[in-house]
Design a protein around this ligand. Structure first.
Ligand SMILES: Cc1ncc(C[n+]2csc(CCOP(=O)(O)OP(=O)(O)O)c2C)c(N)n1
Length: 318
């Protein structure tokens, strides 16, 4: 049997771990925790837990640690994040994307020379959560700030963490030119198809027909154009680049996306090229969906518009 430890006080009751457990061993408690959330608890037969870590992989709040059958810890919270509880809504996958980014930096031994750039958007407080040196950039300007940091201190690993409003809309020009110049930075682009922080307005990434607070009848592509597939658009530039798109909507995709982010940082560490990983994410609050329904919405609606995979990589690398 494996074993898991659920930090009740960190749980926001999103239930993503309940859906992730292949054996149905986790369920909601009858009580609320101190913050007023219905927390989850391990209620199944401990003998049945294999220590597979899917529950911890699905948790956006660093709330679960796992041990395998031999008593070895198989999932430990990363030192790349602080212990501070995030302000993200229950089930928002920003927390997951923070975690896998931090895990990659930790596993590559890069934490002590990494500089992150936080955007304007829901992840505006990312500097509170990443356990690395951080800048805050003006809305959409993270690639310019990262350019300055990387050029001044080329030995540092510099990454930006940006939403789709920040990167595609107000910062569309910034990212295009940073990519075209081949800045040796890494961009983590979190696409939830709307402006989350300001109340769910339409973004350049909003799907055709998608209802948002500023497109209550659904996005009209005659009036507003088609969604911008930023990863594919950047891939048309001739400058060498590593460009990939993953998703955070279930633990299996989280693990695949982590590999992409790792590759992106490896490119930067070896001085190869500009690297960019788009991660499809959820916004249960502004989409008006439960956390698990939001994951299904990414699977059924976002992935057909935004196909997953490595879109471009330097020719010398297979
Ligand atoms: C110059 C400027 N224009 C507009 C805003 C308002 N604003 C704050 S966040 C945001 C959009 C954030 O959306 P996104 O980048 O998709 O990130 P999310 O919140 O969804 O994670 C906007 C338009 C601002 N703060 N500054």
């Amino acid at each position: 049997m494996g074993d898991i430890h659920i930090a009740e006080e960190r749980c926001k009751g999103c239930g993503l771990c309940i859906d992730a457990c292949p054996r149905g061993l986790i369920s909601f408690a009858e009580d609320l925790n101190e913050k007023g959330y219905t927390y989850v608890e391990f209620t199944g037969d401990l003998e049945q837990c294999t220590g597979c870590t899917l529950c911890a992989t699905a948790c956006p709040d660093q709330g679960i640690e796992v041990w395998n059958k031999r008593g070895k810890q198989t999932f430990e919270n990363t030192t790349g994040l602080t212990e501070r509880m995030s302000h993200y809504c229950p089930g928002c996958t920003h927390g997951i994307i923070h975690r896998i980014t931090a895990e990659c930096l930790q596993e590559l031994g890069l934490l002590d020379r990494t500089v992150g750039v936080a955007p304007v958007g829901c992840s505006v407080l990312a500097y509170e959560y990443f356990n690395v040196d951080m800048f805050e950039a003006a809305h959409g300007r993270a690639p310019a700030v990262a350019t300055g940091a990387k050029r001044a201190r080329p030995e540092c690993i510099v990454f930006t963490y940006q939403g789709d409003g920040d990167l595609c809309s107000i910062g569309g020009n910034e990212i295009l030119h940073a990519a075209n110049r081949g800045e040796k930075i890494t961009v983590i682009f979190v696409n939830n198809a709307i402006y989350g922080m300001t109340g769910g307005q339409m973004a350049p990434t909003t799907l055709p027909g998608q209802r948002t607070s500023t497109s209550p009848d659904g996005r009209d592509i005659e009036a507003t154009g088609h969604p911008i597939n930023m990863a594919e658009l950047l891939a048309t530039l001739s400058t060498p680049a590593y460009i990939a798109r993953g998703s955070s909507h279930d633990p299996q995709h989280v693990l695949k996306t982590k590999k992409m982010i790792k590759k992106a940082f490896e490119h930067q560490a070896s001085g190869t090229c500009f690297s960019f990983v788009e991660v499809l994410s959820t916004c249960p609050t502004n989409w008006g969906l439960a956390p698990q329904e939001s994951g299904d919405w990414v699977r059924d609606h976002m992935i057909p518009q935004y196909p997953l995979g490595v879109i471009k990589q330097p020719e010398s690398v297979s």
